[in-house]
Design a protein. Structure first.
Length: 350
């Protein structure tokens, strides 16, 4: 049965001590074929507090992004599709301010932060401007993936150096991150992350049985800790990944380093190497045993002579890519591996 990208999402927002919630957030998991061609989207925005209309900016930015991204050409990359949409949204917000009574007071106009993430195949694509944040939870530690576009003058004074709607052009950070099953990503506005410690966010996510409960509890505890701002958080967990496409196979061949020298009785990637099966000038093949399941597998690595041959390395990984798509008793079946591989190797049934 063909695997599809699947995530779990928990999200929660609260106006906090303010009358109006100028934060906005949203997420879309489309059906096929958009799930495969465009992926899953999530985004968060925070309207500037000095403006009476910034809640319109944040709501427009999120709703337009989540809708218009899926209308872009399927021939466009994720980066081109999202950036094109965000530039159009930025132009609209800027035009709204310019045609309003706030055209000479930008801090009262249609301005908001924006942090969005698109999950497609085995990659997360991040788009960001402002001081909302995107984190990745790694080994109980929050790793901040975005930079805060905020200049601090003193304890009482700071201002955004970038945001949606400030200029007639959009200044957006872009980053691409590989993903694995079990990875957790967090999007949060400053009303949350400035009032709750990173390790406490991690603890709550680990303790709660559902991400929605974790999101609500994090917001409530940040508010109880004294947050006077709007509070919004999204928590996204990768539950299942699809099969890699051919372009990703080519990319993987160029990015993964060669495996270290392998010897019998050594431990390698959760396997115990039992013996050599075949050694040639092109590849090294070993019989190994999975430490968790005790099943025997065949591990194959490129030889030292072929480690710099890009064409060979692509063909090397192509064998596994093809094996994943063939169900035939006469063809060795590739071992499914949904975790990140730190080295270039393949594993098949024995």
């Amino acid at each position: 049965m063909k695997k599809h990208l699947h995530v779990s999402i928990g999200q929660f927002t609260h106006p906090g001590a303010k009358e109006i919630n100028q934060d906005f957030h949203g997420a879309v998991t489309p059906g096929e074929p958009l799930l495969s061609s465009k992926g899953i989207t999530a985004a968060i925005a925070d309207g500037i507090s000095s403006s009476r209309v910034s809640q319109i900016a944040s709501q427009t930015a999120i709703n337009s992004f989540l809708q218009d991204y899926y209308s872009t050409s399927e021939s466009w990359s994720v980066k081109k599709s999202a950036q094109t949409v965000l530039k159009a949204i930025n132009s609209w917000l800027y035009a709204q301010t310019q045609s309003s009574a706030y055209r000479f007071e930008k801090d009262k106009g249609y301005i908001c932060t924006f942090s969005g993430i698109i999950f497609k195949s085995h990659q997360a694509h991040l788009f960001h401007t402002g001081d909302s944040r995107i984190f990745q939870l790694i080994d109980s530690q929050l790793n901040q993936l975005t930079s805060d576009h905020r200049r601090v003058i003193d304890e009482q004074t700071s201002y955004l150096t970038r945001a949606m709607g400030v200029h007639d052009y959009a200044e957006l950070d872009y980053r691409q991150v590989p993903i694995s099953v079990g990875d957790i990503f967090i999007l949060a506005t400053d009303g949350v992350y400035e009032h709750i410690k990173d390790h406490h966010i991690s603890d709550i996510i680990r303790q709660e049985s559902h991400l929605q409960l974790a999101a609500k509890r994090i917001v409530e505890e940040a508010y109880d800790a004294g947050s006077q701002d709007n509070l919004t958080i999204q928590i996204i967990k990768i539950e299942q990944l699809p099969e890699r496409n051919l372009n990703e196979v080519h990319q993987q061949a160029s990015l993964l380093p060669a495996a270290p020298p392998i010897q019998p009785r050594m431990d390698f990637e959760g396997h115990t190497i039992l013996r050599e099966i075949y050694i040639s000038s092109r590849s090294h093949v070993y019989l190994a045993q999975n430490n968790a399941t005790q099943e025997k597998v065949v591990i194959k690595t490129p030889s030292a002579e072929m480690r710099n041959d890009e064409a060979y390395l692509e063909n090397f990984l192509m064998e596994e890519w093809i094996a994943n798509r063939i169900n035939n008793p006469h063809v060795l079946k590739a071992i499914e591996n949904e975790q990140k591989r730190p080295y270039l190797y393949t594993a098949t049934e024995y």
